[in-house]
Design a protein around this ligand. Structure first.
Ligand code: M6R
Length: 613
């Protein structure tokens, strides 16, 4: 989704902004642009549709003015108006005084546009963003309001979500950043300021970060800044956080794609999500401590999330119901936020989100807060909106995930849900001490992640065999039904092949009509109580000549006879089986996409964090 980076200071802004845009590429975008201002107030706007590289080439050709003292830059993921150069940001008002970049959506852009047109304001683009910059310009030009007051007046009149950074030709030494609904971080260094829609373009310059809260603006003038309210002209406290980060999160290292790197990182990320959170027969989730007595007493748990995180939620439901025996309702956040709900002040609502910024999940959590529920965030990004809006939470600790297709975050989410389910089971006396000890012994299971990754070449060969298929079915039962959904989603996202995940037995209630000799069917087959049943489901497809790919921990001959391709993973427990099968499916999707020569990290139309509704 759209990305923002801005800089104010004495260094040449162009390289800072272009490198910042490159750090934001992972979010998904279709055009990019930059506006810089000189000490004398000369603003230069350069925009291109396509990749940041194209923008960079143009800038290199025309020279990057070293005398600029501030700049704003943007990657746009089109919402209102086509993905072309005119609609790309930054946008400038008709008097070429105010220039702005914007993430989010201005919902009431239409009446404002009509109003401005009635005042003879001329528009160039089809975007909602241009309406906002023209509105700021309109207030400013009327002459009664200064820069800050004009920005405030305009923001008070718009509905929707925004994160903006604004420059003014008359005050080259000023920069204003503001947010409502879309995240924005301010980085502070000695006499220089950085703004980012997330910390990725900032963090290599400074680790001193202020996460702006909703309805806050940062007003920067010369070497000083204030945090102020958008609603009233009042100063607010400056809450500066020191953010630790690992530089290699932003480096592909020996890998061609971040997704590939992140699949391999699971050797460490899965254990990171667990380490320090267990003893021999206990789970310690410090982030939930304050609310634990209410959590353990609750008899209604809701899980809400989107996409891959929603799949993790389905696994969480199975684990919590299995171990703790509390009913769990899982709902897409986009539905939860509008559906009638049975959430009340005795409920626990768990929001799962890698980014912690997904607009629907954030709205769902706000709704749960309004109903008085205890809200728990399972997020990867510290300081993210969801981690701050929830009462308590657990971080997945897997480092920055850059590949658009979520991989390491998913396996960390299910590890956290596993720990949560066990802790709840133990608190509610639903599990024996010896069973806890057995579940919490990860010593051998974590090694198995490595052994699955060693199967990479075998998985690659199989994947390449099927790269030209047009449809796939992914089939699993119980805990592995969400794994099937996740495998299908991974394939769709990065290879553009149509794929559906189904409970294996449900397949005969419709999808079986699709099966023919060309259709690959990926079965996830643990040797558990569903084993015999799934074998019958495989037979049903096999007898209709469908291609059978099996992922299993069983070495029985019958599977060899049934499968066109068989991937055997090490024997382990239920939870770890899901993790291992998921890793196989991640690699399978990855190699199909690579085989099709696609851009795995930035699939078409997708955004890494979906910050609009
Ligand atoms: O950041 P979140 O976990 O809230 O994101 C939710 C979905 O947008 C995300 O999982 C999406 O489905 C990914 N592209 C999956 O690979």
């Amino acid at each position: 989704m759209c990305g923002i980076v801005a800089y104010k200071g004495q260094k040449n802004c162009y390289p800072i902004l272009i490198n910042g845009l490159k750090k934001l590429e992972y979010r998904g975008y279709d055009s990019a642009g930059v506006a810089c201002i000189t000490e004398q107030g000369k603003i230069t706007v350069t925009k291109r549709s396509g990749k940041v590289k194209q923008l960079e080439d143009v800038l290199k050709k025309h020279g990057m003015n070293k005398k600029c003292i501030g700049g704003i830059a943007h990657t746009r993921w089109a919402t209102h108006g086509r993905p072309n150069q005119i609609n790309a940001h930054p946008h400038i008002d008709e008097s070429a005084t105010i220039v702005l970049v914007h993430n989010g959506i201005i919902e009431n852009y239409d009446p404002i546009k009509k109003f401005l047109k009635s005042k003879k304001v001329k528009f160039k683009s089809e975007t909602d963003t241009e309406v906002l910059v023209q509105l700021i310009g309109y207030f400013y030009k009327k002459g009664k309001l200064n820069f800050e007051q004009s920005v405030r007046a305009a923001l008070q009149r718009v509905d929707g979500a925004y994160a903006i950074v604004v420059l003014n030709k008359d005050e080259p030494d000023s920069m204003i950043a503001a947010r409502k609904g879309s995240p924005l971080a301010l980085g502070i260094n000695e006499k220089e300021f950085f703004v980012g829609s997330d910390i990725s373009p900032i963090i290599s310059h400074t680790q001193q970060i202020i996460y702006l809260e909703d309805s806050q603006m940062a007003v920067i003038k010369n070497d000083n800044y204030e945090i102020k309210s958008i609603d009233k002209d009042i100063s607010l406290p400056k809450i500066v956080e020191k953010i630790d980060y690992k530089i290699d999160d932003y480096d592909k290292g020996k890998f061609k794609f971040f997704m590939h790197k992140e699949i391999h990182e699971q050797v460490d990320t899965i254990s990171n999500s667990i380490i320090g959170r267990t003893t021999e027969h206990n789970v310690i989730l410090n982030g939930l401590l304050e609310y634990w007595s209410q959590i353990e007493a609750s008899d209604k748990i809701f899980i809400t999330a989107c996409g891959t995180s929603w799949h993790a939620g389905l696994i969480g439901k199975n684990l919590i119901e299995r171990f703790a025996k509390v009913p769990v309702h899982v709902e897409y956040a986009s539905e939860f936020r509008y559906n009638r709900t049975l959430v009340d002040n005795k409920s626990v609502v768990i929001a799962i989100s890698q980014s912690g910024e997904t607009a629907d999940t954030l709205a769902a959590i706000k709704k749960a807060n309004d109903y008085g529920a205890i809200t728990i965030g399972i997020c990867n990004v510290a300081g993210s909106s969801i981690s701050r809006e929830t009462d308590c939470g657990v971080f997945t600790r897997c480092g920055h995930e850059i590949g658009v297709a979520s991989t390491k975050a998913f396996t960390a989410q299910i590890s956290i849900l596993y720990l949560f389910a066990l802790k709840l089971a133990s608190s509610r006396k639903q599990i024996s001490k010896s069973a806890m000890t057995a579940h919490l012994d990860f010593s051998s299971s974590l090694r198995k992640v490595r052994s699955v990754l060693r199967k990479e070449n075998e998985i690659k060969k199989i994947a390449l065999k099927y790269k030209n298929a047009s449809d796939f079915l992914y089939l699993g039962r119980g805990l592995n039904f969400p794994v099937a959904l996740e495998g299908a989603l991974k394939l769709k996202e990065i290879s553009y092949i149509h794929a559906e995940g189904y409970p294996a037995a449900e397949m005969k209630h419709g999808p079986i009509a699709l099966v023919d000799k060309n259709m690959p069917n990926v079965f996830i087959v643990p040797k558990d109580m569903t084993y015999e049943k799934i074998i019958s489901n495989i037979e049903e497809i096999r007898s209709r000549k469908g291609k059978i790919i099996i992922i299993t921990d069983s070495k029985e001959k019958i599977l060899k006879d049934l499968a066109h391709d068989l991937i055997i993973i090490p024997k382990t427990n239920h939870y770890m089986f899901c993790v291992l099968a998921t890793i196989v499916l991640q690699l399978f999707a990855y190699y199909i996409a690579v085989g099709k020569k696609l851009n795995v990290d930035q699939p078409r139309n997708l955004a890494k964090s979906v910050t609009v509704e």
